[in-house]
Design a protein around this ligand. Structure first.
Ligand SMILES: [Zn+2]
Length: 76
């Protein structure tokens, strides 16, 4: 008997907002992405191991992490 374990990473675009980028300094659309890392057994995702929110600049591609409270603050 054997088990087949794996990790899957999924990225979901949450929303896009207009803001000044930390990297290039331009006022450009910033994509807020939710990245989930899941443990899967026999290709069936079972557990979410990690949840990361990222902000990606559409101009330069600069990526920074957001905390949950930061994301909630941006959504309003
Ligand atoms: Zn940028």
């Amino acid at each position: 008997m054997f088990f087949l374990f794996g990790l899957t990473t999924r990225e979901n675009l949450q929303f896009t907002r207009s803001a000044t980028c930390h990297y290039c300094g331009l006022h450009a659309p910033q994509q807020v992405i939710l990245r989930k890392t899941k443990l899967s057994v026999f290709f069936i995702p079972l557990l979410t191991l990690k949840r990361t929110r990222l902000q990606v600049c559409t101009n330069c591609g600069g990526t920074s992490r957001l905390s949950g409270s930061e994301q909630r603050a941006l959504a309003h």
